[in-house]
Every structure is written in C-alpha cells, then in structure tokens.
Design a protein around this ligand. Structure first.
Ligand code: 5AD
Length: 353
C-alpha cells in the first residue's frame, strides 16, 4: 500500500478508487506528511511566500448557501473601500514586506470594469515590482482581459466543487459550475497565474466529490490551489446545527496529497485552517503548504468580511499580524521571504527559475 503514496507523484497512475481510499484513511498520514514536506523542501526549500490580502468590499450579488456575505444576509454590515484606501493599504503592505497584493471582494456591481481597471493600473504604476492578484468572482472573458491589460497578473477563483450535483446543493440555480470552469480556463488562456480550490467538508461533500476535485485540478493545472475547511456561518442556510465544520485532519491530508500530486503548486495555509485550530497555519505548512495570506484590510472594516463564524485576526493591526505570522513560521523552521513568490515550474527554455 505504500505504493499508493509513492504513485501520487504520478497520480494519473492511481485509479479513482485508490485516491478515494487514500482520502478516507488516516493510516498513511505520517508517510504522506513526510513525503510532502520533503517534496516541498526540494522545490521551495523552507521559504514561505506571503500575500497581503485586501478585502475591499463585502457587497455581493450572489447568494451562495455557505457564505456569510451572501446577498440574503441582511445582518451583514456592508462596506466598500475607496480607491484611495486600497492604494494606501498597498503602501502599508509594501512597507511590511509584501510584494503581492490580493484584492478580494464579493461580486459587487459598484466595482465596474472601469473602476477595477483604474484601481489596478494605479497599483501597477506605483508598485511595478509587485504581483497584483484579483479575487472578484465570475466575469466575462473581456473583463478578465481588461483587468489583465491594466496590470493584474494573478486571479483566484475557487471552483468550490467539481461535481455538478454537489455544486447545485451549495449554490442557487442561477450559478453554474460550467461558467465557473469557463472562467478558470479563460483566465489561464489570457495569461494569468490562476488559483482554484475547494472547501473541505462542505455540506453534502462525499469522498468521490473530492476525487472529482483532484481530477479537475489535474485538467486545469492551476498555479495555486487553495483549500480550507468549511466553517458554518450562523446567518446562512448552513448555519443551523446539523452542518459540521470541515476537519483539520482531512484538510492536512489533502494538503499533502496536493503537494505530491502538484509539486510545483503554490498552496496556502488558509485563514479558515487557522480558524479551526490555533496551530492550523503551522500544521498546514508542515503538511506541504508554502503560502500564507495575512490580512491587510484596515481595522475599521476587518471585522466585517465574515465568510464564516469565528474568523481569526479580526482586531490586530496589519503590522502585528505580520509579526505574528513571522514568528509562528520561524518556530517550525520555515521563513517568510520578501518576494513576489512566483511558482517554480520545471526548468524549461522559456522559464528559467
Ligand atoms: N467556510 C469556509 N470557507 C468559505 N468560503 C466561503 N464561505 C466559506 C465558509 N463558510 C471560501 C470559498 C470562497 C473563498 C473566498 O472562501 O471557498 O471561494
């Protein structure tokens, strides 16, 4: 059976049944963690890349059943940051050593393509040595192209689940998995570094759904793969009692599986992981993750971007948040680097890294 773990290097060789077995058993966890950590060190050493997360609007026209900023949550206190605030947050972030800014928000119609492009080009002009990541949901190909032309070069859009039937149980009728996939392939074709991913332990998720997620990722070949446990939010349809949070152990196992299947991928130890366990971030790194995304959102709005309950780091100011991140990462023998943090793909003639 150790073979199964070895074969993850070439996961195409594993059958769906074998993958499903590996997802469900804790028998190989030690072996998985050890091999994933070794593989990660071969490629990324002990470096941990940081991304400064700026949650610039929590207005959203969507109504995803799991998400606290869904439009039907009338109790959410809504905010949007101005272009000036976003820019000055980037300045603070730059001073703190961030070389990637992630502009994340709900799908907020106020932020038209024109407004997004204006903000992106201002950031691009000021911070030519930084990566600009957008995470603002499903758009037309033309919009993605316009953002790219304005200077954005990365895009995060989790596919959430690659199974049609499961997708329908997490989203209202008007949202379509096919469109989500279309977006991801458009983004890749345009030239973005793309991040996909899914929640672990989302309601109704079955092991076979996770196998589909892994297969979809093999097809998409994203640069970044973000996974984190589902955490219920009390003001959503999944907020009441019977919907359990995703587990730490399954999330860590999947991080290791992802590292072995996609050795060059950027894999964050997510805030959701750090929320369900006080050591979640460190354990995520040790399981094979190589990115953390501290929150740079200014204090007055930080507490309002609540996708799920009990989110951590809601009161610290960004500088402190950065220090805490540093010391936690150092404590496990890794180190945060001041770098744009591109993926190290295999050496090819076009891509010498
Ligand atoms: N628990 C965990 N993760 C969530 N997300 C949204 N709602 C929740 C929740 N309740 C994740 C989604 C989304 C990302 C920004 O946050 O996967 O893509």
């Amino acid at each position: 059976m150790q073979n199964i773990v070895d074969e993850l290097y070439i996961a195409e060789n594993l059958s769906d049944d074998e993958l499903m077995y590996l997802i469900q058993t804790n028998e190989y966890d030690e072996l998985l963690f050890t091999k994933a950590e070794r593989r990660r060190k071969e490629i990324y050493g002990t470096d941990v890349y940081i991304r400064g997360l700026i949650e610039f609007t929590n207005y959203c026209k969507n109504d995803c059943y799991y998400c606290g900023i869904r439009r039907s949550n009338k109790n959410a206190s809504r905010y949007r940051m101005s272009a000036e605030e976003i820019l000055s947050t980037c300045e603070d972030g730059y001073r703190l050593g961030f070389r990637t800014f992630v502009l994340q928000g709900g799908e907020d119609p106020y932020f038209t393509d024109e407004r997004v492009c204006e903000i992106v080009s201002k950031i691009r002009e000021k911070f030519s040595d930084c990566a600009i990541t957008l995470s603002i949901g499903e758009k037309s190909r033309a919009s993605y192209q316009a953002f790219f032309d304005a200077g954005a070069n990365r895009y995060l859009l989790r596919h959430e689940t690659a199974s049609e039937a499961h997708y329908k149980r997490l989203h209202p009728e008007e949202m379509k998995l096919s469109n989500r996939k279309r977006c991801l392939f458009d983004l890749k074709e345009i030239g973005y570094q793309v991040g996909a991913g899914f929640m672990v332990g989302s309601p109704f998720q079955r092991p076979e759904n996770i196998v589909s997620d892994l297969r979809f990722l093999q097809e998409l070949k994203p640069d970044m793969i973000g996974i984190g446990p589902f955490i219920s939010h009390s003001e959503t349809p999944f907020g009441q009692g019977e919907y359990e949070n995703g587990s730490l152990s399954l999330t860590l196992r999947l991080i290791s599986i992802l590292r072995l299947m996609f050795p060059y991928a950027l894999i964050p130890a997510t805030t959701a992981l750090a929320t369900i366990d006080s050591k979640g971030r460190e354990l995520g790194i040790k399981a094979g993750a190589n990115v953390v995304m501290p929150n740079l959102t200014p204090e007055k709005d930080k507490g309002k971007y609540l996708l799920y309950d009990n989110k951590i780091c809601l009161t610290e100011e960004s500088a402190l948040c950065r220090e805490i991140t540093d010391s936690k990462i150092n404590s496990i023998g890794y180190n945060v680097v001041v770098s744009v943090g591109n993926p190290k793909r295999k050496l090819t003639t076009e891509n010498k890294e």
